[in-house]
Design a protein around this ligand. Sequence first.
Ligand SMILES: Cc1cc2nc3c(=O)[nH]c(=O)nc-3n(C[C@H](O)[C@H](O)[C@H](O)COP(=O)(O)OP(=O)(O)OC[C@H]3O[C@@H](n4cnc5c(N)ncnc54)[C@H](O)[C@@H]3O)c2cc1C
Length: 495
Amino acid sequence: MKKMETYSTTVVIVGSGSSGISAAFELYQKKIPFILLERGDKVGGAGKFGAHGMFAIHSKQQDEKGVDYGYEQAFTELTTDNHYFVNGELLSRFLKESGANIARLDEMGLPVTVEQSEQKPHLNDPLVYHKFNNFKDKMASWDKLPEKFTADGINQVLTNTSAIDLDYDNGLKAVIAADNQGEKLRIETKKVIFADGGYCGNAKMMTTKYDDADELLNLGEHKSDGTGIRLSQKLGANTYHNPVLFAHACAPSSTINPMARDSSVETLTNLPLLWVDQTANRFVNEDIVYDFALWGNAAHNVGGKYYVILDQNTLDYFKNNEVNLEDSFERQFCDVGEIPRTSVGPLPNIQNDFDQAIKSGEVVVGKNVEDLAHKLGLPIDALKRSLKNYNQAIKNKNDEVFLKPANELLFNVADGPFYAIVEHCAILGTLDGVNVDRNCEPVRKDGSPIKDLYIVGNNVNGLYSDGYPSFEGIANGFAFVSGWIAAKEIQKNLA
Ligand SMILES: Cc1cc2nc3c(=O)[nH]c(=O)nc-3n(C[C@H](O)[C@H](O)[C@H](O)COP(=O)(O)OP(=O)(O)OC[C@H]3O[C@@H](n4cnc5c(N)ncnc54)[C@H](O)[C@@H]3O)c2cc1C
C-alpha cells in the first residue's frame, strides 16, 4: 500500500474564504507557520465571489464621519432582535473588534468604505455598512494573497485539497486531507481552524434541517459541506441550535441566479404586487420586498415558495407605461454617485419574457382563476377569497390585513388570463453550526472547550436566534473577525 504523504506545520486552516483568509493573514503577520487548505482550485469562498461588504462599529472611517452609533446600541439591538438567544460574550467580542478589522482589510489589499445601505428601508440607518471599494479588484487581490503568504517558504497554500478527518487523541495530532484525485495526506499540526463556511453544499444536512430545502435557490458556497461542524461534533462539540438559513431575497427559478439575466419576470418579482403562498393565502405585506433578509425569511416561513399573481391588464400596463414602484434591486446596481430610478417600465419585452418563462415553468398561466388554481394545485376557494380581498384593498386604497402602503396598492387582479410567477426563497448560506466560547473554541454541552480546535465564520452558533437580521453585513463582518480571533488565540496559546 502506498504510504500517505506527510506534512508538518503549526496550524492548519481549513477554507480560504473570509474567515480563513483573515486567520491566515494574522498568522502570516505574526510568522506562525500554517498550511491553508482549500477545496477549490483557487482561494476564495462566498466572501470572495459573493459578499459586497460588511458590518462594523467604531471603524476609523466611522469615527471620522462622527457616526453616532456604537457598541451600546449594536449590542442591545442584536441581543433583543434575537430575543436573547445569543452568545453574548462572542457577540460582544465581535462588535468590539469589528472596527479595527476594517483597518486590517486595507493591509490585506481588500479596502472597504463605509456607506449608506443599498436597501430602501435602511437608507436612514446609521452608517455601519462598509462596502468593498471595487468588487473585481477585491477578487483579484484575494487571489494574490497565497503568493504573499508563501513567499518566504514558511507557509503553504494547498488548493484542490480538502480536510476530511482529524487524528485526535487527547489533543490534535494531525489533519487528514485529500486532494481532488482522492489521494490522502497527513498534516501533523498543533491547531486547526475550521473556516469552511457552513453546510449549504451538503444536500443531506440541508434536507434534514430544512423542510423547504428542495425549493431554495442556493446561491451559497456549494463546496461547503459541513466538514468542520461534523468533525467537531464527532469529538463531542455541542451543535444544538435552531437551524439558521441565510435567506436573502427571492427569484423565479431554483437554479438560475437572477443577477445572471435581464428579464421582466425578474423585474416584477422585485415589486410589491400580490403574493400568495401554497395555500393560496396572502402571507405578508409585500412591501417587505425592499428588505432582502426579511423578504427571504417571509418566503422561507411559507415553505420556500410562493406565487406573484397578476392579470393580463397589469402585464399590458407594464408593457406601455412607467410605474411608480422601485425595483428592489435597483440600488444594488447603481455605481457610486448614480441616482437610482424610483420607477420601472415601460417594459416592451414583457409579453415575450413571460411567454419564455411559461415554457421553462417559472410562470404559469391560466385562462381564468379556476384554470390557474388547477394548474398550480391551489385550493380554488382560498384563491378566490384572496383575490376578492386584495381587489377590495386596491379599490379602497386600504389594506386592512397586511397594511401595504396605499401608494403600492396599484393593480387589481380581475380579468384573465391570469399569471403566477413561481418564486423561490434565495439563500446565501447557512448560519448555524457549533457552539463556541468567546475565543471561537468549540465547546461540549458542559461548556468546556475542545482543545486545539477553532471554529469560525458561517460554522458558528450564537449570533442569530433563527434567521438573518435586517442589518447588512453581519455575516461577512463576523467571518473576518472570527478568523482573526482564532488566530490571535492560537498565538497566545503557543506563546
Ligand atoms: C452571493 C453572496 C453574497 C453575499 N453578500 C454578503 C454581504 O454583502 N455581506 C455579508 O455580510 N455577507 C454576505 N454574504 C455571506 C458571506 O459571504 C459569508 O457569510 C462569509 O463569506 C462566510 O465566510 P466563511 O469563511 O465562513 O465561508 P466562505 O467565505 O464561504 O469560505 C469557505 C471556504 O471553505 C472552503 N471549504 C469548504 N469545505 C472545505 C474543506 N473540507 N476543505 C478545504 N476547504 C473547504 C470553500 O471552498 C470556501 O472557499 C454573501 C454570500 C453570498 C453567497
